[in-house]
Design a protein around this ligand. Structure first.
Ligand SMILES: Cc1cc2nc3c(=O)[nH]c(=O)nc-3n(C[C@H](O)[C@H](O)[C@H](O)COP(=O)(O)O)c2cc1C
Length: 118
């Protein structure tokens, strides 16, 4: 069974978890990254960029070509909660594929730093 770990991470928490899963399972990994990077400043990222995308339902472009998901039986999708939902590049990723039928999904949402630092 082939698994893909697709993850989005802004400040690194989800990335650490994704890398641990990959190290333990040997799954492939794909980073969902916005083509135009979010600001490194929390307030700009949270209160301007991310908020605007959510309010306007924007689907921002992803930086790298998307993986061929046909090769995988399972997909672990890891992302932080942003404004009570997922970052919009994750929506873009999910909506880029016409059909997810037959795939097994595991959603991993990182809420707080505690999870990964312990
Ligand atoms: C733009 C933005 C919005 C966020 N919104 C929420 C939220 O609605 N609820 C929550 O519990 N945490 C929220 N957080 C906190 C993140 O979910 C948390 O810090 C997470 O561990 C970050 O993961 P990352 O390091 O992989 O980016 C938000 C963080 C950012 C940057």
């Amino acid at each position: 069974m082939k698994t893909l770990v697709a993850y989005f991470s802004w400040s690194g928490n989800t990335e650490k978890i994704a890398k641990r899963i990959v190290a333990k399972t040997g799954a492939d990994m794909f980073r969902i990254e916005r083509k135009v990077p979010y600001s490194e400043d929390y307030n700009t990222c949270a209160y301007r960029e991310a908020k605007e995308e959510i309010e306007k339902k924007i689907r921002p472009e992803i930086k790298t070509p998307l993986p061929d998901v046909e090769k995988y039986d399972s997909l672990i999708l890891a992302f932080p909660i942003w404004w009570y939902t997922s970052p919009l590049p994750v929506w873009r990723f999910l909506e880029s594929y016409p059909d997810w039928k037959g795939k097994r999904f595991i959603f991993l949402r990182t809420l707080i730093q505690m999870i990964i630092t312990t």
